[in-house]
Write a protein that binds this ligand. Structure first.
Ligand SMILES: [Zn+2]
Length: 471
């Protein structure tokens, strides 16, 4: 499907571009999965051609991941990334480029080691989950209490794990839309609380991921206020397998782990904003974005350097085309997404009493750089415009609901209409939150297709005489 989507896009408009609407006819996949019809205006055709021929997002993502690298919310590196974004946004020609700052608590990773002490002593590959408390500096050594799934822990008796290190396994299913993530993520978010309720002193989980490499996956966890806070970390998938095989031998297994992360007080983060000011309705805003922060283990290429590249790259394509949008096109690089959507909430807070009610349509790219394969609508009226966006890209509409993306969710809750290009992400959770999330994983043709999709969305939302709010 991936190469089909790209080649269809590149070869459409074969019938010439002289009509107001270009109908490049029907194409069907050889496996007859889907029939797609591409219909485009001359303007959209121009945007798609510029996007597909260029390396806009690819270059922006390369620059961010090379010149900044890892950039955890609140860190000095994230601050440098904001300066990078201001410079990059100005370089590509965006107007009114600015940082909207906010403060946030900052969590820093420390030392992280683990080993099976008995019966078969050996080192394991582990990483702290974001927000975890530390172990004592000399580490924790205890017997493992094993739960094949998070559900098994949740349904276990309310005590009986006193002095134990809980190990929660459970595999995440691969899916193009990442549907396995939500269920698999329960143990990451809530595992420490459920284990502490039953007397445990620490937790290790099988990483929330779909790979079999020896990289653990980090990600944010949460404590419940009235429950004791115990340290929690993730094992790489092969290490979780190793620990399971060891447990199957029926002997007591003991583990030693040392984690020294810490909360370092309040730091500054911020959202970086730039725009192309509309010619006829400058106070009406079409918003696209991604998140500027990343986890610290990789260089944040697929999560979410690509999203910054795609949204800024799409604005760059519109500027290159010479087309003048009627509405204002706003690009937002959200800060501190990974640690709790802090930039997204700060954006709503900063704009609620000013222009949030004039946000016409919003979307985000935060699912890697795989090709868009369908379109989801989250508007209350004017869905025909969303369908035009899908048609222009040769993509089917999805029945599924959307909140526009993680950083768009809070503004969607405040009534901002949204849409989303669903990206092919079967392999996304092989890399997600690991040291393996690096620039070499970005395919230039696939990320260019996303730029084409975003430029199409921005242009059509800008030109449509449509109120997507349905008021
Ligand atoms: Zn992300």
């Amino acid at each position: 499907m991936r190469s089909f989507l790209i080649s269809l896009l590149a070869t459409s408009c074969l019938l010439g571009c002289s009509d107001a609407k270009i109908d490049s006819g029907e194409a069907s996949q050889s496996n007859s999965e889907a029939k797609v019809k591409t219909v485009r205006s001359r303007e959209v055709d121009k945007l798609i051609k510029i996007a597909m021929a260029g390396t806009h997002a690819y270059d922006i993502t390369e620059s961010l991941t090379t010149e900044i690298g890892p950039r955890v919310g609140g860190s000095p590196e994230e601050a440098k990334a904001r300066e990078w974004a201001v410079k990059k946004f100005k370089e590509i020609g965006l107007q009114n480029v600015r940082i909207e700052p906010f403060t946030m608590p900052y969590w820093e990773r420390g030392i992280e080691t683990a080993a099976i002490v008995s019966p078969f002593p050996q080192q394991l590959y582990i990483t702290s989950l974001g927000g975890s408390v530390a172990t004592p500096s000399e580490g924790i050594e205890a017997e493992i209490a094993f739960f094949p799934t998070f559900e098994d822990l949740k349904t276990a008796p309310e005590s009986g794990l006193e002095g134990k290190i809980v190990f929660i396994s459970g595999r995440m299913e691969k899916a193009p839309d990442g549907a396995g993530y939500g269920p698999a993520n329960q143990k990451r978010r809530l595992g420490a609380t459920e284990a502490a309720k039953r007397g445990a002193i620490a937790v290790v989980i099988r990483s929330v991921g779909t790979d079999s490499h020896r990289f653990p996956h980090t990600g944010m966890m949460r404590y419940q206020e009235d429950i004791k806070k115990i340290p929690i970390a993730a094992l790489s998938a092969p290490d979780a397998d190793q620990l399971e095989r060891t447990l199957k031998r029926g002997q007591k297994v003991s583990l030693k782990m040392t984690l020294t992360p810490k909360w370092s007080g309040d730091r500054q983060s911020g959202n970086v904003i730039g725009q192309i000011t509309g010619t006829e309705r400058p106070d009406e805003i079409v918003l696209v974005g991604g998140h500027l922060d990343s986890w610290d283990l990789g260089t944040g290429a697929v999560d979410d350097g690509a999203g910054i590249g795609i949204s800024a790259g799409a604005a760059q394509v519109i500027l290159e085309s010479g087309l003048k949008p009627k509405r204002t096109l706003r690009v937002v690089a959200f800060g501190a997404e990974e640690v709790g959507l802090l930039g997204a909430y700060a954006y709503v807070k900063a704009h609620k009493d000013t222009d949030l009610d004039r946000h016409v349509l919003a979307t985000e790219s935060d699912f890697g750089a795989g090709p868009a394969y369908e379109v989801k609508s989250g508007v209350r009226s004017g869905e025909h415009v969303i369908r035009d966006m899908a048609n222009a890209m040769g993509l089917p509409m999805s029945e599924g609901a959307t909140n526009g993306g993680p950083d768009i969710g809070p503004m969607f809750s405040e009534g901002v209409p949204v849409m989303r290009f669903q990206q092919e992400g079967t392999d996304y959770f092989d890399l997600h939150h690991t040291p393996d999330d690096t620039f070499d994983k970005i395919n230039p043709d696939e990320i260019a297709q996303n730029v084409a999709a975003f430029a199409t969305m921005m242009w059509l939302a800008s030109e449509a005489d449509t109120d997507f709010r349905g008021q």
